[in-house]
Design a protein around this ligand. Structure first.
Ligand code: CA
Length: 652
């Protein structure tokens, strides 16, 4: 092997990597790259088609400051650009790197397929993965079997935010293990953490990145970042482990957290960031095969649609293979139940469909969704289509965030003062109807639509409502908040909330300004303040969300995935004046549905509304500041819906 790189101009390197000729020679589809451990021997395999020589360096620890390897072993060319060597003996716990000679220059790099690493992910570690399994792991499985995507209720959270507050009652603050602790309470005895999430009734927790990211120094305690800066894709983040130095600890503790959620009946969704890496120059894959992982323009500069310095060239065969293998690995080894793709509009549809198909062969219940915004990027092949909202019909088992309903409900992020349907914006009733049916203009199926009013990005829901109307009192803002939540949980599609939205979460800076991007703002801004449960309106809002979740779970007619069936069963009514919308659902014959009809009335106007009901006796289940599966009263003939409120009624 050994391609004479000097014959290829740097500006043409990207095109050459993406050429049919290169891919025919150097695509290795065996799925066994990395260090394959057995008790007797370890097999190292690395894809390095442009290298003249490759070595594996063995070390006694993961600290890059300790430079002398125990041993440096030459690897031999195998096939399709892969180099390999076998080392006899039990290497579990031995650290390693690769050294590649490209164009006469030697580079030392971590293994892109490292399954374990030392502190700060500088060196890979050979690992016996079976030694990292918690007790009962082979019996652990997804609690979300044989369900549709629209049956999910997703709760988006950051591991540190959930556990770190002084009132969390959690011992392992900021750690994976903090989310395994049961019966944790705040100072006033309210449940927190894992038990709190289970009590809310959500089906899935979506955790912000917990693969190994670069922005937090794992040797220090207390540093904060959301983690959208990947370093080692196959390894959990070390700062969430009680010991970041010994590679097996973070693996075992991540698995313990996942098992703890599963035991509570909650699936775990991992936020994955394939669209860019922390630093394209330093990323190990790019050090082994110069610039291969990233899109490079014809002028030799990294494409930057991600606005994070580089874009991943998912359309290249061995980048695609890397991403596919990565998702298969987390779904298999870690029993992950769903994947949320950051800026998936920078990845191509072929990669996305291959991931979904291959994971669903073994785990049909795994959820997939992402941010399908269209973004400029320099794709390295012709005719490649990206996984955007607009192309959603080309990725039928992959869902997208519905920023259409988010903007409709409370105004765009880009316009702080803009109001939405819930807080006085007008002309939005028709948009609301299509979103209640789960088909914003870009979508054709509710199963591909993730409905939300807020997520970790931008202002919290309450802060956004306040920013749009600084003179509004708290009671008015809480009414807006409840109406937004009512719509998110009523709409066809997949409901999603940011952790703490149900606790009236805010992100207020020390100077009183609102924080719309708290990715590195630390615990003071980001932590879930568990002592908030001491206030009556916070408990009331939590109970309202809990009631909406229970109502949704109780009524399969809110979770229909087939748009044709929704068109048959949903009828909308306007009332003459104002923006109120009435949605009547014919529930007859829906499996598991106890209601014959559901009537949902959304009134964003400042006046109360008298609504005439279809004949029969109706039970009120959502009204005012209360929601749930218990009747709040009966109605027939007509009902009065208070200003800025929704009312859900059931006819048996
Ligand atoms: Ca890290």
């Amino acid at each position: 092997m050994g391609i004479n790189m000097k014959t290829i101009e740097k500006s043409k390197l990207g095109a050459w990597y993406s050429s049919e000729e290169f891919e025919a020679l150097y695509t290795y589809p065996e799925g066994n790259l990395g260090a394959e451990w057995t008790r007797d021997k370890t097999t190292f395999r690395v894809w390095a088609p442009t290298a003249e020589e490759v070595y594996v360096n063995l070390y006694s620890n993961g600290l890059i400051s300790e430079k002398e390897p125990i041993e440096r072993i030459a690897m031999r060319p195998y096939q399709n650009g892969v180099w390999t060597v076998i080392k006899n003996g039990d290497l579990h716990g031995t650290f390693y790197t690769y050294s590649v000679l490209v164009d006469g220059e030697e580079q030392e790099a971590c293994d892109p397929y490292a399954k374990a690493v030392g502190v700060n992910g500088e060196r890979a570690m050979v690992v016996d993965l079976s030694s990292t399994d918690p007790k009962g792991w082979d019996m652990d499985k997804s609690p979300f079997q044989n369900r549709n995507a629209t049956d999910a209720v997703i709760y988006e959270a950051h591991i540190r935010d959930l556990t770190v507050h002084k009132e969390s009652g959690i011992k392992n603050k900021g750690k994976f293990l903090g989310l395994t602790e049961e019966e944790t309470v705040n100072g006033s005895g309210d449940i927190t953490g894992l038990d709190y999430i289970a009590d809310l009734g959500v089906t899935h927790i979506h955790l912000l990145p917990f693969f190994d990211y670069a922005s937090v120094d794992e040797s220090q305690e207390g540093e904060y970042n959301w983690g959208y800066d990947p370093e080692n894709f196959f390894v959990p983040e070390g700062s969430y482990a009680t010991d970041p130095y010994h590679g097996e600890t973070r693996i075992r503790e991540a698995k313990e957290m996942i098992a703890a959620f599963h035991q509570k009946g909650i699936g775990v969704i991992m936020d994955v960031v394939f669209n860019h890496v922390h630093n394209a120059e330093k990323f190990c894959f790019n050090n082994i095969v110069p610039g291969y992982f990233s899109r490079i323009d014809s002028d030799g500069v990294y494409s930057n649609g991600s606005i994070c310095g580089n874009d991943t060239a998912s359309e290249r065969s061995m980048v695609r293979e890397y991403i596919v293998q990565n998702v298969l690995y987390w779904a298999g080894e870690y029993h992950i139940d769903g994947f949320r793709f950051d800026l998936v509009g920078l990845l191509d549809i072929e990669t996305i469909n291959e991931i979904v198909e291959r994971v669903h062969v073994v785990r049909p219940e795994v959820l997939f969704y992402g941010e399908g915004w269209a973004m400029p990027t320099n794709v390295t092949k012709a005719g490649v289509k990206m996984a955007t909202q607009k192309n959603s019909y080309l990725t039928p088992d992959f869902a997208y965030f519905n920023d259409t309903v988010r903007n409709l409900l409370r105004g765009r992020n880009s316009d702080t003062g803009e109001k939405g349907y819930v807080n006085g914006g007008t002309g939005r009733a028709d948009g609301l109807k299509s979103n209640l049916m789960g088909i914003p203009y870009w979508a054709s199926s509710p199963e591909q639509v993730v409905n939300y009013a807020s997520c970790h990005d931008d202002l919290t829901l309450y802060d956004k409502l306040q920013a749009a109307e600084p003179t509004a009192d708290r009671a008015a803002l809480l009414c807006y908040n409840r109406l937004a939540a009512g719509i998110v949980f009523a709409a066809a599609g997949i409901p999603f909330i940011q952790a703490g939205e149900e606790l009236i979460r805010r992100k207020v800076n020390a100077d009183g300004t609102l924080n719309s991007n708290s990715y590195d703002a630390g615990d003071d801004i980001n932590a879930i303040a568990w002592d908030c449960l001491q206030s009556a309106d916070c408990r009331e809002m939590r109970d309202y969300y809990k009631g909406l979740i229970a109502f949704r779970k109780n009524h399969p007619s809110l979770r229909i995935g087939d748009i044709r069936e929704i068109r048959d069963r949903f009828t909308f009514y306007d009332i003459q004046k104002g923006e109120a919308v009435i949605c009547l659902i014919d529930c007859e014959g829906i499996e598991g549905e106890s209601a014959k009809h559901l009537c949902m009335i959304f009134n964003p106007d400042a006046e109360e509304k008298e609504i005439f009901l279809p004949e029969g006796n109706w039970e009120i289940h959502v009204s005012g500041n209360k929601a749930g599966t218990e009747g709040l009263g009966e109605a027939h003939g007509s009902v009065t819906v208070s200003p800025v409120n929704c009312m859900f009624l059931v006819k048996r």
